[in-house]
Unconditional design. Structure first.
Length: 371
C-alpha cells in the first residue's frame, strides 16, 4: 500500500487530524517493516497495513476503532522468526548441556564444575550427549533449526521430527547410536529424551484430564516410550519436556498435572516413566502480560470490545472451545507468533466468521489450526 493511500484510509477510519495521522503512520510503517509484515499468513500485496485497515473496518464507529487500534499500538506482542530462533539456539547450552552435566556429576559423585576437568568425566559427558534423543511434538518444534544450529554437537539421527515417526526411523536412530565411534556398543540405548515444541500457554495440548482418563501429547509419547523401552530407549531414561516459549500459567498447571498423572498411574499400577518428566522453558511470559479486567481502563475497554464483537458460531463444543471472547481457556494473551497466532490469544485478533450468531469477525493475524 502506498504511503498516501494508507495515510488517507487510516485517517478517514480513525478520524485523525493530519499530525496524528502522520505520526501514527510512521509508527505503523516501522512496526510493519521490522516485525508485522513477517507474519506467515500474509501474502504479497496484503500485508500488515492492508490487513489493519480491513480489520478496523469491521467496527461500526470511531470509538471501537480507537479501542482496537490502541490495543495494537500499546499491548500487542509479536515474536519474530529470528527471536524464536534465538530461543531454539539456547536449548543446547542452557538446558541440555546443564541437565547432562548434572546427571554425569551425580554418576561420578563429583561437583558439576569438576566433570569436564576429569578425563573420565569428559568422556562420560560426551557419551551422554550422544545418548540423548530429541523429539519434536508439532510442526512448530523447529527441528530443522535445532539441527542447523547444533552441527558438531548433535547428529541428525538423534533428532526426530515427530514422535509419530515410523518404526524404521526409531530403529535407525538406535543403530546409528550403537555404531557411533564414541559408543561402539550394539546394545546401546538412549538414556535421555527431550520432547520439544515452540509454545504453550495453558498446557492442555500436552497434558490434560479427559473425564477419568488422561490425554494429550505426553500420553501419546508414553505409549511410544512403552513400545520403545528396551529396544531404542532405556526403560530408566529420563524425559524432559522443553518449550522454547511458555507462560507462567502453563508452567504451574503442567507441574501439577504431571505430578497428579504420575501418581494416578502408579496407584493404578499402570505404566509410567521412572521419574516424572522434567519441565523446562527457553523463556517464560509473565502473568502480568495477560490483559485482565480492572487493571487498566484501556484494557477494560478492549475486553468489552471483545465481548461485544463476538460471533458465537465460531465455537466448537466438541473441541472444548466455548466462550472464546478472550481466547481459549480465557488465555487473554496479546500475543502473535511469526508462524501462527496461539488460540489462547484474543479471538478478535485471529478468528474469521460469517456472522451467523453475532457480528461478522475479520482477523488481523489469521490463525491456521494445526493438527
Amino acid at each position: 500500500m502506498k504511503q498516501e493511500t494508507g495515510l488517507f484510509a487510516l485517517r478517514a477510519l480513525m478520524n485523525w487530524d493530519h499530525d496524528t495521522a502522520e505520526r501514527e503512520f510512521k509508527r505503523l510503517s516501522f512496526l510493519a517493516e521490522y516485525k508485522y509484515d513477517e507474519y506467515a499468513d500474509f501474502i504479497a500485496g496484503s500485508r500488515f497495513l492492508e490487513n489493519l485497515v480491513r480489520w478496523l473496518q469491521q467496527f461500526d464507529s470511531t470509538t471501537p476503532r480507537a479501542v482496537a487500534y490502541n490495543f495494537i499500538a500499546r499491548r500487542l506482542i509479536f515474536v519474530t522468526n529470528s527471536e524464536m530462533e534465538r530461543l531454539v539456539e539456547q536449548f543446547f547450552p542452557r538446558t541440555l548441556f546443564y541437565d547432562t552435566l548434572n546427571d554425569v556429576a551425580q554418576t561420578l559423585n563429583c561437583k558439576q564444575h569438576e566433570v569436564l576437568l576429569r578425563d573420565d568425566g569428559k568422556l562420560e559427558f560426551e557419551r551422554e550427549i550422544r545418548k540423548t534423543l530429541i523429539v519434536g511434538m508439532s510442526d512448530g518444534a523447529r527441528v530443522d533449526v535445532l539441527r542447523r544450529l547444533n552441527v558438531g554437537r548433535l547428529v541428525n539421527d538423534q533428532v526426530l521430527v515427530s514422535m509419530d515417526a515410523d518404526q524404521s526411523r526409531w530403529k535407525s536412530a538406535q543403530r546409528k547410536l550403537a555404531a557411533s565411534p564414541i559408543i561402539e556398543d550394539p546394545a546401546a540405548l538412549f538414556n535421555r529424551v527431550y520432547l520439544i515444541d515452540d509454545f504453550t500457554a495453558s498446557g492442555t495440548t500436552l497434558c490434560r484430564r479427559a473425564g477419568n482418563e488422561w490425554d494429550g501429547k505426553l500420553f501419546r509419547f508414553l505409549g511410544r516410550f512403552r513400545d520403545e523401552a528396551g529396544r531404542t530407549i532405556s526403560a530408566d531414561a529420563t524425559v524432559g519436556i522443553h518449550h522454547f516459549l511458555g507462560t507462567e500459567q502453563a508452567k504451574e498447571q503442567l507441574e501439577g498435572r504431571i505430578a497428579t498423572a504420575g501418581k494416578d498411574h502408579r496407584d493404578a499400577k499402570g505404566f509410567w516413566f521412572r521419574v516424572d518428566p522434567r519441565l523446562s522453558f527457553g523463556h517464560l511470559i509473565q502473568d502480568d502480560v495477560r490483559i485482565m479486567k480492572g487493571a487498566d481502563g484501556d484494557d477494560d475497554a478492549f475486553l468489552q470490545l471483545c465481548d461485544d464483537h463476538y460471533d458465537k458460531s465460531i465455537e466448537k463444543p466438541e473441541h472444548d472451545q466455548v466462550e472464546l471472547q478472550h481466547g481459549y481457556k480465557g488465555g487473554a494473551l496479546p500475543l502473535v507468533l511469526q508462524h501462527n497466532t496461539p488460540n489462547n490469544s484474543f479471538t478478535l485478533l485471529h478468528k474469521e466468521s460469517t456472522g451467523a450468531d453475532g457480528p461478522v469477525m475479520r482477523a488481523l493475524f489469521r490463525r491456521r489450526d494445526r493438527h
